[in-house]
Design a protein around this ligand. Structure first.
Ligand code: NIG
Ligand code: FE
Length: 389
């Protein structure tokens, strides 16, 4: 094992609230030391201990690697035409998912893996060091299990989303599809996943179906998370809280009782502004959630339909500009918030003992992520203590 110090950091974001008044735990003129795959020391550059290697940050910022806690990267094909039609005024409907299901079923495993690794590389280049991803474009026991096996080769954060929509073969028998998702498909998928998710929405699965699916998954050792209240008001958020889901994702259409339920729970509200951007929908109200005391995460929802971006910095810029978040809040939500949405304490912070996942920005502070939208500011990435970029 060798140790590396990054020194002359103008702004170090540790996410250690004990280090000052900001939850970001900012240290100025800082250094961070990694040994093996862990952070072992943070503090002022002048006090940095001797290490095997030294990197000069030359007055730039270092932040924890982004934790993208919501993506859908196992798919084939693309939906450019659907996007084009939307930008000419057509509304988004979850029906487009069927197009991707057909393309994904028809693709070889090698094609799916090539697409997945291309998107993972894209995400890494934009500073993402942990990424959750889901099935949901197979919708047969074999195709869902194939997607999860593939995903599990690349990340520990794998989610079974057999309940994305009712599979086309079951259009006239949704109860039969729920029986499959909670039966043979779950048996085939559970060994490859950590999480179970349901798209709880009109046209997908209602509250009772979603409860049955998540409860069956829990009995097989999977932890719930929910696509909740994305396109309309509905029972998703309340159900997520009822089942102690790690996260209720989207949270675009919320009533006051929904907000209160989240505030009184451990369930994180994961906001996905790439989806509102790419579907021209109204923004989720991050300010309302944060002011109510809800823990908020910010992620990409990268998928070929509603949000084909792998860029957390882009989502940070949207959240700051249009969702009422400060630059500090948005960065916290995209790092520590994402970790909370995955119930992880080893990532999303740069404190001794945490995983050495960090990003060197070509900017003096993290505020530039929102201040300079669309500019590639990732100047270096370390993952588990190894320089990846
Ligand atoms: O999170 N809402 C459900 N699933 C995805 C969209 C999937 C698609 O359009 O292909 C989402 O936005
Ligand atoms: Fe999603």
């Amino acid at each position: 094992m060798s140790s590396t110090a990054i020194v002359n950091i103008a702004t170090l974001v540790t996410n250690d609230p004990s280090l000052g008044d900001s939850p970001l735990g900012l240290v100025r003129d800082a250094a961070v030391v990694m040994d093996g795959d862990r952070i072992v020391w943070t503090g002022g550059t002048s006090k940095a201990p001797a290490t095997d290697n030294r990197v000069d940050a030359e007055g730039r910022a270092v932040i924890p690697g982004f934790v993208d806690s919501h993506s859908h990267l196992v798919f084939a094909g693309d939906r450019t035409e659907e996007f084009n039609a939307r930008m000419s005024g057509r509304p988004y409907s979850a029906g487009g998912i069927r197009t991707t299901v057909a393309a994904t079923r028809a693709a070889s495993e090698a094609e799916l893996e090539a697409n997945l690794t291309r998107l993972l590389t894209e995400a890494l280049r934009q500073g993402t060091t942990t990424l959750e991803t889901k099935s949901g474009y197979g919708l047969t026991a074999e195709d869902e299990a194939r997607a999860l096996r593939l995903a599990a080769r690349h990340t520990d954060e794998v989610t079974y989303l057999g309940a994305h929509i009712v599979a086309p073969e079951y259009a006239d028998d949704p109860a039969g599809y729920v029986a499959l998702v909670t039966g043979a498909m779950l048996d085939a998928c559970a060994p490859h996943a950590r999480w179970i998710d349901v798209f709880c929405e009109k046209g997908a699965f209602d509250g009772d179906q979603a409860r049955a699916i998540l409860t069956a998954g829990r009995a097989k050792g999977l932890h719930p998370r929910v696509h909740a209240n994305q396109l309309s008001h509905g029972p998703g958020v309340q159900l997520a809280v009822e089942l102690d889901a790690a996260s209720a994702d989207h949270c675009t259409h919320l009533t006051d009782p929904d907000v209160d339920a989240l505030a009184g729970s451990r369930t994180v509200a994961t906001l996905l502004p790439g989806a509102e951007f790419s579907t021209r929908a109204e923004w989720p109200d991050a300010r309302r959630l944060i002011d109510a005391g809800v823990t908020v995460a910010l992620s990409t929802d990268c998928n070929p339909g509603s949000s084909f971006t792998s860029s957390v910095p882009f989502c940070i810029a949207l959240a700051v500009r249009d969702m009422g978040m400060t630059p500090d809040e948005a960065l916290w939500s995209a790092t520590a918030g994402g970790a909370a949405a995955l119930r992880r304490t080893d990532i999303g912070r740069l404190t001794p003992g945490a995983r050495a996942d960090l990003v060197l920005l070509d900017a003096p502070s993290h505020v530039h992520l929102a201040y300079r939208p669309g500019v590639p500011l990732v100047g270096g990435v370390w993952r588990r203590g190894v320089r990846a970029l």
